[in-house]
Ligand binder design. Sequence first.
Ligand SMILES: NC(=O)c1ccc[n+]([C@@H]2O[C@H](COP(=O)([O-])OP(=O)(O)OC[C@H]3O[C@@H](n4cnc5c(N)ncnc54)[C@H](OP(=O)(O)O)[C@@H]3O)[C@@H](O)[C@H]2O)c1
Length: 337
Amino acid sequence: MRAISYTESGGPDVLRLVDRPVPEPGPGEVRVRVAFSGVNPTDWKSRTNADPGPDGKTPNQDGAGTVDAVGQGVDPVLVGQRVWIWEAAWQRPFGTAAEYTVVPARQTVLLGDGPSFELGAALGIPFLTAHRCLTLAESLPDRLGPGSLTGRTVLVQGGAGAVGNAAVQLARWADATVIATVSSPEKAQLAAAAGADHVVDYRRQDVLTEVRKIAPKGVDAIVEVNPAVNAATDAQVLALHGAVAMYADDDGAEVTVPVRSQMTLNARWQFVLVYTEPGRAKEIAVEDVNAAVLDGAVRVGREAGLPLHVFPLDRTADAHQAVQDGVVGKVLIDVTG
Ligand SMILES: NC(=O)c1ccc[n+]([C@@H]2O[C@H](COP(=O)([O-])OP(=O)(O)OC[C@H]3O[C@@H](n4cnc5c(N)ncnc54)[C@H](OP(=O)(O)O)[C@@H]3O)[C@@H](O)[C@H]2O)c1
């Protein structure tokens, strides 16, 4: 099979197209014939920083395709099913930038016949992260679904980013009032297309003033991409028992939080790393995200606020570079292309 592999960490040029034997699924695993591989910042960061191991590594956590073999102990009824894949390359050598990958069966989720493979490959990292961020406030339910956030307000800092887009779409599905911040009119259009009720351009407007107008009692959850920069504002717009979910660092940044005002709110300031979140939270996230997909509530493409940028497998290095350069939207690799 054709696969992308790297044997040393470094820039995109360490990624090589190689010929490999098709891998065999071990006990508890399935083999997936990959259609699309999704690229996230985590993929280029681990390519840059983490030792790929003595046998090399195939990059990319997310993907979608068709199960074509199962290992011992896995129900053969899965063969032929369309699935999306999460965390394929987390502490394993087999990412999704290959014609076939093997993953533990629990890391594949049935897509059904309707949703596209492009959507399936865009789900894992962004949507599971967004779910965690939207469910960790003490005042909010730990599950998302239609009506679960009725009467609640969510602030998504960076609403045109991949995680931000997922948070807007999921919060919209759950019937929250959604406020998104962006840095340009173009990104404002994308956040609105994703379903944000209110969009605030943080370069042209004062976020504190605008959010207070929309939510005088404060917001229940803040999905925070840049806590080092936004913490002071977040602290002033958070509601009683609300939570700030911090899922990104700006290259080693530190956060300063005013203790008294946040103590008064019984606020949570919670760090989020999708890989190491509690197991039960991850299970719920996978179930809820898939329910949203099967409901037709989450989409990809410009009309959903998430323009797609599709590269063929032999241009995986360019796909990584595009994400590294902060391209707006979702980068996918057409593994068959
Ligand atoms: N902890 C986890 O589990 C986890 C999971 C997924 C991703 N991440 C990390 O999260 C970050 C974003 O990932 P992504 O895939 O969503 O990337 P992305 O698509 O590039 O989105 C990042 C967004 O953040 C916005 N942004 C930056 N500074 C901002 C600020 N001060 N206020 C509001 N928005 C701001 C950017 O837009 P403007 O610059 O135009 O504002 C951009 O839209 C990456 O560092 C990634 O590694 C962490």
